[in-house]
Design a protein around this ligand. Structure first.
Ligand SMILES: Cc1ncc(COP(=O)(O)O)c(C=O)c1O
Length: 380
């Protein structure tokens, strides 16, 4: 298997995706969660074949998707997924929103563990529900679920918990004990846990990712997984995600969703996802590159910006950086965009108490990463 390498800047600048269209050319864009790599060959071949026969219609039955997903989950995490309970949707956001719509009324409470993927709050606003913000427990730059506060939130009438498993932006993997306790609490207080597992395939080898529905019978009773191949194989623009249930009750809920949830998923996205779940060699090669990059970022920071707080993430390609010691004022990401021409995500979008943090996407080539850190070091 060839190593997965970051493409050169000049080639990346030809891209038309959000990451590369979002900023002027003199800015190094390291926010949006896209990878600056070539996609896996089997995915590319699948798409080329479909295009060459103008096979560009609607998504119909696709047993390949649930079968390949189930094989991947079994081999990777020892999780036996019942393929009859895998439902396509256009993306994870829509998957979560459409399933949640079946369970809530406007005004209901939905719990999130902050700092967390900023769109969770957008999804909750779209559902016209109330956000219940439960800050995670922080130990330096290691974060874990705040189980006592979560119990309080559950007791106070929360209907749903949007759990980011594993966690974006902190890069933490939740433990089996945390997830098992959470499942018991959810059962006790009648809360549905939506486990967003989109980053899971990118968990580094020394950490164990635990699929929520594989934790216990109780977890299957209270839990619904929303996930996609789009993050780990970098095919977000193709648009397909999956809802996974492993309990008759939730399967009935998923089957009662409007048929449009399936029909709105993309033919390209679904067939690309089916190929992705078979492209394990590519995924492993990608993880080698990401592992190299997370360490390279650590060395670069140590050398050029030693006052920045950084913990190598357990999963994925997002670095959660503490810039407090740089004293950049209220909006450090804005200052760095203006002065250093480096675009990063503002910490405040993930948590109101993390305005001194930024999120940096290191799924790029090492030259871009080095340049970005050098540019920041030169202006502070
Ligand atoms: C935790 C999490 N969920 C969902 C998404 C987006 O998924 P989608 O584009 O399929 O809605 C992201 C994107 O970065 C994410 O980090």
């Amino acid at each position: 298997m060839q190593p997965v390498k970051g493409l050169p800047l000049t080639e990346l600048q030809q891209r038309v995706s959000a990451k590369w269209r979002g900023f002027p050319q003199d800015v190094l864009p390291l926010p949006v969660a896209e990878m600056d790599f070539e996609i896996a060959e089997p995915i590319r071949d699948q798409l080329m074949q479909m295009l060459s026969r103008s096979d560009t219609g609607y998504l119909g039955p696709i047993p390949e998707l649930s079968e390949n997903l189930a094989t991947f989950m079994r081999n990777r995490w020892n999780w036996d997924v019942d393929t009859a309970q895998v439902f396509p949707a256009i993306d994870v956001g829509v998957a979560a929103i459409e399933m949640a719509r079946m369970l809530i009324s406007p005004g209901d409470r939905i719990v999130v563990d902050t700092p967390v993927y900023h769109n969770f709050s957008n999804w909750i606003n779209e559902l016209k529900c109330q956000i219940v913000d439960v800050p995670m427990v922080r130990d330096g730059l290691a974060y874990s679920l705040n189980l006592p506060l979560l119990e309080e939130a559950y007791k106070n009438g929360a209907k749903i918990h949007f759990l980011c498993n594993p966690q974006n932006p902190t890069g933490s993997v939740h433990t089996r004990e945390e997830l098992s306790t959470l499942a018991e609490l959810a059962k006790k207080y009648g809360v549905a846990i939506f486990s967003d597992e989109i980053h899971a395939p990118l968990t580094f080898a020394e950490h164990e990712f635990i699929p929520f529905l594989n934790v216990s019978e109780t977890a299957r009773e209270v839990g619904i997984t929303v996930t996609a191949a789009s993050k780990a194989w970098n095919i977000a623009g193709l648009k397909c995600a999956t809802i996974i249930t492993q309990h008759e009750k939730w399967a009935a809920t998923a089957n009662a969703m409007p048929p449009a949830v399936h029909w709105r998923a993309s033919l390209f996205g679904a067939f690309a996802a089916a190929k992705a779940y078979e492209s394990v060699d590519w995924l492993d090669a990608c993880l080698v590159t990401l592992d190299h990059n997370r360490k390279a970022l650590g060395s670069l920071l140590k050398e050029k910006l030693p006052m920045v707080g950084y913990r190598e993430p357990d999963t994925s390609y997002l670095a959660w950086l503490d810039l407090t010691a740089l004293n950049l004022g209220e909006t450090p990401s804005q200052i760095l965009l203006e002065r250093a021409k480096v675009a990063l995500n503002a910490g405040a979008t993930f948590s109101s108490t993390h305005s001194q943090f930024v999120r940096l996407n290191f799924a790029t080539n090492e030259e871009i990463l080095t340049q970005a850190i050098e540019r920041i070091a030169s202006v502070i």
